[in-house]
Structures are given as structure tokens and as C-alpha cells.
Design a protein around this ligand. Structure first.
Ligand code: CA2
Length: 146
């Protein structure tokens, strides 16, 4: 498939634990179940997705840097790095790939330390609070920008 049609979906630290703890905040689905829904929607939209998860900030930064070669848009749930990572924000700005920030929970309704996102300043927009639908809405927004 052509480079322009490919979307990179990135997941930050601890999201590999989804479905096992704190379902009242993050829902009952595992990351693999969320990924499956993303793949089904991608097929419907006629876009190709590559989905990755990492617990390491540097690995996420490298993936964002390298995305320029293959991807036309990024959907990212930066997890806790949302609130701390200037390195990820700089990487997104540097590559200039349209990036949609997503969160399962509504970070603005939670503890004050979650209210600020460094990523939002580099992203096209932010979708938060819709559970798995945040991923699906994010994918639609990314597909529309290819
Ligand atoms: O709501 C979101 O999607 C978050 O990005 C999730 C992050 C949190 O730090 C952000 O403020 C909002 C946490 C991901 C950790 O996921 C867990 C999953 C299961 C059990 C514990 C944590």
C-alpha cells in the first residue's frame, strides 16, 4: 500500500496491562482487543495500520522519528508520558506528521497532574474520555488527514 495510506498507532507505558487492573477507569478490554477493533475499522476505512506499544520513552521517540519514512499520520496514546515528555512532543513537532492524541479516560476530569498534556501542543487535536472509541475516533481523524 502507498506510504500515504499508512497510520502508526502508538501506545505508551503500562497500556499492555489494560483489562487486568482499574477497569472502572480504563475499561475491560485488553490492548489486544482494542487493537483488533482498530484493525477492523482500518479495513473499513481502507487504510493500513501498524500498532505498537512500549514502556520506554526513548523507543517511542525513535518510532516517531522513523515514522517519516512510512506513515502519513500517527495516533498516539502517550499514557503517563503525556504529562512529562518534552522529548516526545519535540519528536512529533520535528517530524511534522499529523498526530492525533488519544486517551481512554477524560484526563481533564481526573487528578490535576493529568490535566496538562505536553503532547497536545504538538498534536492536531486530542480525543479523551471515550474508552475504546477514543482509538476509533482517533483513527477516523487520522485517516481523514492522509
Ligand atoms: O486515559 C488514558 O488513556 C491515559 O493515557 C492512560 C494512562 C494515564 O497515565 C494517562 O493519564 C491517561 C495510564 C495507562 C496505564 O494503564 C493501566 C492499565 C491497567 C492498569 C493500570 C494502568
Amino acid at each position: 500500500m502507498a506510504k500515504k495510506k499508512k497510520i502508526l498507532v502508538l501506545n505508551g507505558p503500562n497500556l499492555n496491562l489494560l483489562g487486568r487492573r482499574q477497569p472502572e477507569i480504563y475499561g475491560k478490554l485488553t490492548l489486544e482487543q482494542i487493537n483488533q477493533k482498530v484493525r477492523v475499522l482500518a479495513k473499513e476505512l481502507g487504510v493500513e495500520v501498524e500498532i505498537r506499544q512500549s514502556n520506554h520513552e526513548g523507543e517511542l521517540v525513535t518510532w516517531i522519528q522513523d515514522a517519516i519514512a512510512q506513515f502519513g499520520a500517527i495516533v498516539i496514546n502517550p499514557a503517563a508520558y503525556t504529562h512529562s515528555s518534552i522529548a516526545m512532543r519535540d519528536a512529533i513537532t520535528a517530524v511534522g506528521i499529523p498526530t492525533i492524541e488519544i486517551h481512554l479516560s477524560n484526563i481533564h476530569k481526573r487528578e490535576p497532574f493529568r490535566h496538562h498534556s505536553h503532547i497536545a501542543e504538538a498534536a492536531v487535536g486530542q480525543i479523551a474520555g471515550f474508552g475504546v472509541d477514543s482509538y476509533l475516533l482517533g483513527l477516523r481523524a487520522a485517516a481523514a488527514r492522509l
